[in-house]
Design a protein. Structure first.
Length: 194
């Protein structure tokens, strides 16, 4: 699974960093609840519960089912499981390490300057000095020891920028990805062009 952008992870942790939301999550994990039930159990006002549920839904932790005028909320076990796998992936933890020798502080700043709030790239860097950190950041979205079809490579790149052909060509050209018979794989960072 590709690593999650830091913004997604920060939002996830912010969502869980509130006692009421954690309690709501525990309740909807046991069974479906409507806003009125949750408000009564937690001794909170319904608009407060609705606000917390909206944050949990935005993070993909809670799903909603409508029954007439009543909305029922439940834990989305599948989404939680996918997120947990992504969070615990070695590649994800490596990306979170930031300036631990894998990425320098200069590279981190270069990448952050090119990202929008939703984790997409604003533009393709024109100079090689700025391009390399962006390509390294993008290459880390691919798992080591996994083969990707060209369609899968395109999908991962398009999550970050619309110009999949240029980024795909540059990743291969910088020896970050290898390609043979339309199959791609991530090369070890020691082989990447400096």
């Amino acid at each position: 699974m590709a690593s999650q952008p830091p913004e997604t992870l920060l939002q996830f942790f912010k969502t869980l960093a509130h006692e009421s939301r954690l309690r709501i999550l525990g309740l909807v994990a046991a069974r479906e609840h409507c806003v009125q039930e949750l408000a009564e159990i937690l001794a909170l006002k319904e608009p407060t519960i609705s606000h917390h549920l909206a944050m949990l839904r935005a993070s993909g932790l809670v799903r909603i089912r409508q029954d007439g005028n009543t909305h029922w909320f439940a834990l989305d076990h599948e989404a939680l499981s996918k997120l947990a796998r992504a969070l615990l992936a070695r590649e994800q933890l490596t990306v979170l390490a930031g300036d631990s020798g894998i990425q320098s502080a200069t590279e981190d700043r270069a990448v952050l300057n090119y990202l929008t709030r939703d984790g997409r790239l604003k533009a393709f860097p024109s100079g090689p000095k700025k391009r390399r950190p962006i390509l390294a950041w993008l290459a880390r979205h691919f798992e080591e020891n996994r083969r990707y079809s060209e369609a899968e490579v395109n999908e991962i790149i398009e999550r970050r920028h619309h110009d999949r052909e240029t980024f795909r060509r540059e990743l291969v050209g910088h020896h970050m990805l290898a390609r043979k018979n339309a199959i791609y794989w991530r090369l070890p960072e020691t082989e990447w062009t400096p």
